[in-house]
Design a protein around this ligand. Structure first.
Ligand code: HEM
Length: 223
C-alpha cells in the first residue's frame, strides 16, 4: 500500500496528522485560557513561547507540514469521492453528525482561511498595527499580548470572525475526532457509538472553551 497514493493510505495520513493537530489545539487552548487568570498569566505564557527561540521555527515547520498534508489529502479525497458518488452518501445517526460529516471539507477550508488571518493578526501582527503588541508599551520588559488580544476582541468585526471560525472548528472536530479513531481501526462494532459520543463531547468542550475567549472579551467580562 502506498501511503501517498492509495485511498486507505491517504486516510491514514489524514487521521495521523489530524490527531497531531488536535494535540496542538489542546496545548494552544490551555495556553490561551490563561487569559482568564489575567494579563500576567497570558503574557508569561507568550514569553515562554518566544523564549523557545529556534525550537519555535522547528515547531512551525512541523505544523506547516501537518497542515499541508491534512488539507491536500482532505481536498483530494473529497473531490475523488464526489466524482465517484455524485449523490450524498453516509447515513449518519444524528443531525449534528450528519451535518458535520457532510461539511468537513467546507469547515476545514474555513479553518484554513481563519488560520491565515489569525497568523497575520496575532503572529505577524499586520492586520491591526495600532493594537499590535510590538506597538504597545512593554510590561515588565515583555510584549503585552494580553492587551493586544483584549483590544482585538473588543472590536466586534474581529470577534465575529473568530466566533465563526470557532463554530467551524467545533463542527470539524465533531466528526473529525471520531473518524480518525475509526480510520485507524481502533473502534469497531458497539464501541463505535461510544467513540462518536466521545468525539462530540471533545468538540463541545473545545468549541465552548475557544468560543469563550472572544465572547467574554466582547461582553467586557474579561478586560
Ligand atoms: C480564541 C481563539 C484563539 C486565540 C485567542 C488565539 C491566540 C493566539 C495568539 C495570541 C498567538 C500568538 C502567540 C505569540 O506569538 O505570542 C497565536 C498563534 C497561533 N495560533 Fe492561535 N488563538 C486562537 C485560536 C487558534 C486556533 C483555533 C488555531 C488552529 C486551528 C490556532 C493556531 C495558531 C497558530 C498555528 C499560531 C502560531 C504559533 C507560532 O507562532 O508559531 N489558534 N494564537
Amino acid at each position: 500500500m502506498n501511503l501517498f497514493t492509495s485511498t486507505v493510505g491517504r486516510k491514514i495520513l489524514m487521521a495521523v496528522t489530524g490527531l497531531m493537530l488536535v494535540g496542538f489545539i489542546t496545548v494552544h487552548l490551555l495556553g490561551n485560557l490563561s487569559i482568564f487568570w489575567g494579563a500576567d498569566a497570558i503574557n508569561a505564557y507568550a514569553k515562554h513561547l518566544h523564549d523557545l527561540g529556534p525550537l519555535v521555527w522547528i515547531f512551525r515547520l512541523v505544523m506547516l507540514c501537518l497542515f499541508a498534508i491534512h488539507i491536500t489529502f482532505g481536498v483530494q479525497l473529497y473531490l475523488e469521492n464526489k466524482a465517484a458518488n455524485p449523490e450524498p452518501y453516509a447515513v449518519q445517526k444524528t443531525l449534528v453528525t450528519t451535518f458535520s460529516a457532510k461539511t468537513m471539507v467546507f469547515t476545514g477550508l474555513i479553518i484554513l482561511a481563519f488560520l491565515i488571518y489569525h497568523l497575520l493578526h496575532f503572529t505577524v501582527q499586520v492586520t491591526n498595527p495600532d493594537i499590535s503588541a510590538h506597538n504597545l508599551p512593554l510590561v515588565d520588559g515583555h510584549l503585552d499580548v494580553f492587551t493586544m488580544v483584549v483590544m482585538s476582541f473588543q472590536k466586534v468585526f474581529i470577534a465575529i470572525i473568530y466566533l465563526i471560525a470557532m463554530v467551524a472548528l467545533f463542527l470539524h472536530l465533531s466528526h473529525g475526532v471520531s473518524s480518525w479513531v475509526q480510520t485507524l481501526g481502533w473502534s469497531t462494532g458497539p464501541s463505535q457509538d461510544k467513540v462518536t459520543a466521545l468525539g462530540k463531547l471533545v468538540a463541545i468542550v473545545y468549541g465552548l472553551a475557544y468560543i469563550a475567549i472572544p465572547l467574554f472579551i466582547l461582553a467586557h467580562i474579561v478586560k
